[in-house]
Design a binder for this molecule. Structure first.
Ligand SMILES: C[S@@+](CC[C@H](N)C(=O)[O-])C[C@H]1O[C@@H](n2cnc3c(N)ncnc32)[C@H](O)[C@@H]1O
Ligand code: SF4
Length: 452
């Protein structure tokens, strides 16, 4: 396995979208085209499958120095109400585009830290949205909770509003790692919030773990996984640490590149972590995620309903996802759009009555074909190409896959590709072969070392 890791371990997109954000064609995008796309998708899909809403709640009280999310650090809770008022106003701007009441199927509160906001303010926000929608049967409402500031009242209030899923950011329990990432968080605290959530009746409790953090050793990782198992969350995200200090506003500091595990050590953390999680009864779902057999995520995998969007893996699909809040990304299947990235500019645009999207991408027919195949690979680990509805580089892409077939990472049958169990860790490499936007813009991109 090690030589495979050396060969294929290259930075690759996580494919929460295709095209990925760096390859969006911003020249083709205008806010007007975005609105038209929302109107079209809403008409096509609202009655049947409903829509999803993602709300970005950006504030955090302290900076975790490993974090790559769009956030704003402040201890001033006076920011809560004005921000939530802007979110509700932004939602009103979307409502004007709809010809009927939206059916809300999925709702996710992400951040930043949703639990920075008081339960009372979150309730006002959500009631403001709920009075404008019809809530779908079997709704899926979830939120991200920071264990250090999630209270029993947060959990109860959100449960009463229909939330059944919560993901807690754990990362790693090792004191040296926690110090380096400026996130001191005890196991007792995580135990307390997890037990509250169970008592209240949440049934999709998830913990986020990250491998590849500064000073992380296998001993630290193993101990974190074993502690996590004492609490038996229904599912786990097992993220690869994304080191992107050059991205504006990210604020990754407090440790040195030399403190990070090497590429091989990092891959080993993943491989050994995965092995241990599987021994402990978790099943890998798609990429980065593990779940117990009873959990919806695994059930949707076996029923071939697993979907992936900017929220990560989800157990149902809606064609329209409206992202509200600063930096939020929306998806109408035929187009993507991202909101402006600072709180002040976001609030100003909304006040002026503008949907605050500032960049995006309108998908052409070829993008839609590739998007479908990459989604199939990321969710079902297989896809079949129709040569009558493909693109000029298809044969070349299959040529590139031969190397992976020789390494038993994929099985190819005509134009059908199946990623093998051994190949699962390399799913992104397989998807990259079909990433036409990336290949055409950066033909020198490495898919694996052989191509250099
Ligand atoms: C928005 S945060 C979670 C909510 C809350 N703010 C908290 O920290 O508990 C979402 C998750 O993203 C993951 N994350 C953040 N920065 C990351 C990075 N640089 N690489 C990999 N995962 C990261 C962490 O696992 C984190 O729990
Ligand atoms: S990990 Fe969570 S709490 Fe920490 S800075 Fe990022 S979003 Fe904020």
């Amino acid at each position: 396995m090690n030589s495979l890791i050396d060969k294929y371990n290259i930075p690759g997109p996580r494919y929460t979208s295709y095209p990925t954000v760096p390859y969006w064609d911003e020249n083709s995008f205008t806010p007007e085209l975005w609105k038209q796309s929302v109107i079209r998708t809403f008409k096509e899909s609202n009655a049947e499958e409903g829509i999803s809403i993602y709300i970005h709640l950006p504030f955090c009280e302290a900076l975790c120095t490993f974090c790559a999310c769009h956030k704003r650090i402040t201890k001033q809770h006076s920011v809560e109400i004005p921000y939530l008022e802007s979110v509700l106003k932004e939602w009103q701007l979307y409502l004007k585009l709809f010809n009927e009441k939206p059916k809300l199927k999925e709702l996710h509160l992400g951040g930043g830290t949703p639990t920075f906001f008081s339960p009372k303010n979150l309730k006002t926000l959500l009631e403001g949205i709920f009075e404008t929608v019809e809530i779908a049967e079997h709704q899926e409402f979830s939120f991200e909770g920071h264990p250090n500031n999630t209270t029993k009242e947060h959990l109860q209030t959100l449960y009463d509003l229909g939330f059944r899923r919560v993901s807690f950011g754990v990362q790693d329990y090792d004191p040296k790692v926690q110090k380096a990432i400026n996130r001191i968080q005890s196991f007792e605290k995580v135990r307390e919030v997890t037990e509250w959530a169970k008592e209240i009746g949440y049934r999709g409790i998830s913990h986020d773990l990250v491998f590849g953090l500064p000073h992380q050793t296998w001993e630290a990782m193993e101990s974190t996984i074993r502690k996590t198992m004492e609490l038996k969350p229904d599912r786990l995200a097992f993220y690869s640490y994304a080191h992107v200090p050059w991205v504006k506003g990210v604020g990754q500091r407090g440790f040195d590149e030399n403190d990070l595990p090497s590429g091989e050590e990092k891959r080993r953390l993943y491989e050994d972590g995965k092995k241990l999680l599987e021994e402990l009864g978790y099943i890998e779902v798609g990429m980065d995620h593990f779940s117990l057999e009873h959990d919806d995520l695994y059930q949707s995998l076996i029923q071939k309903k697993l979907h992936r969007n900017f929220m990560g893996y989800t157990s149902s699909k809606t064609q329209l996802m409206v992202g509200l809040g600063m930096s939020a990304i929306s998806d109408s299947w035929y187009a993507f759009a991202q909101n402006i990235k600072t709180v002040e500019e976001y609030q100003k645009m909304v006040e002026e009555g503008e949907i605050p999207v500032v960049k995006g991408h309108i998908l052409n027919d070829e993008d839609l074909t590739v998007r479908r195949h990459i989604l199939n690979l990321m969710c079902q680990l297989e896809t079949t190409f129709d040569i009558n509805n493909s693109f000029p580089e298809l044969e070349n892409a299959f040529e590139m896959l031969k190397e992976m077939e020789n390494d038993e990472l994929v099985e190819i049958n005509g134009h059908h590709i199946q990623i093998t169990e051994k190949g699962r860790a390399f799913t992104r490499n397989v998807a990259m072969v079909f990433d036409l936007r990336m290949m055409r813009n950066k033909p020198e991109t490495r898919i694996f070392s052989m191509t250099i």
